[in-house]
Design a protein around this ligand. Structure first.
Ligand code: FES
Length: 217
């Protein structure tokens, strides 16, 4: 718990005096030590959280991940339909979706590499290169922009001592700009991994970053 709760500590819909951790809201199975087999059935196709340390060179879909991959396939009428969760699983394993991962997924799903590239590069939630433990996406679209989003971006870059898209030396943060995050009523909106921080101002940035680091994820 932080000493001064934010008005919204990071969960869309929380607008009162809440200060819940991600674990308290989603359950520990979904956070950090999420079991390799995927935990809950509904988690098989869920977007990964970039909380654990990733190994970009580890083999894809082996052991428990092979079981999860096969489980994903059973949930869709065609292999092609399983493409999004398969890419999500690849990202969960390696931390990002490399060209090599895309080719492997294409092979396993009997799709052309070009088709998989087209899909993976269309969706911004697939990281096409490694990112820090905390991917900070600051909305700089119209509502947030009119309310100081550029200054919020600057504050994150200053705190993390990075340029846009660069990962901080300690591996904790990668800061990027995002298009509208659908929280236009609460500018500036910042999505960090799967959490939303709303009404963010530049002076809150150090406190947010310290809190994330202290959570150890
Ligand atoms: S403009 Fe920032 S959330 Fe919509």
């Amino acid at each position: 718990m932080s000493e001064t709760p934010f008005r919204n500590p990071g969960w869309a819909g929380n607008t009162g005096e809440f200060d819940l951790t991600e674990e308290q809201v989603r359950g520990e199975d979904f956070v950090g030590d999420r079991p390799a087999h995927g935990g809950h059935a509904s988690g098989a196709g869920a977007m990964p959280y970039m909380l654990a340390e990733k190994n970009p060179d580890v083999a894809l879909f082996e052991g428990e991940y092979q079981e999860r991959f096969e489980k994903i396939l059973t949930r869709y009428p065609t292999k092609q339909a399983a493409l999004l969760p398969a890419l999500g699983l690849a990202q969960e394993i390696r931390g990002y979706v490399s060209p090599d991962s895309m080719d492997r997924v294409a092979e396993l799903l009997d799709l052309s590499p070009a088709y998989v590239r087209g899909v993976a590069t269309f969706y911004t939630m697939y990281n096409k290169r490694p990112v820090g433990r905390h991917l900070v996406q600051v909305c700089t679209n119209i509502s947030c922009n009119l309310n100081g989003a550029d200054e919020v971006v600057e504050a994150f870059l200053r705190y993390t001592d990075t340029e846009l898209g660069e990962t901080s030396e300690d591996g904790h943060f990668t800061v990027i700009e995002a298009e509208c995050l659908a929280a236009c009523g609460f500018p500036t909106c910042v999505q960090i991994n799967s959490r939303y921080f709303e009404n963010v101002t530049p002076d809150q940035v150090p406190q947010i970053c310290e809190r994330l680091k202290s959570e150890g994820k």
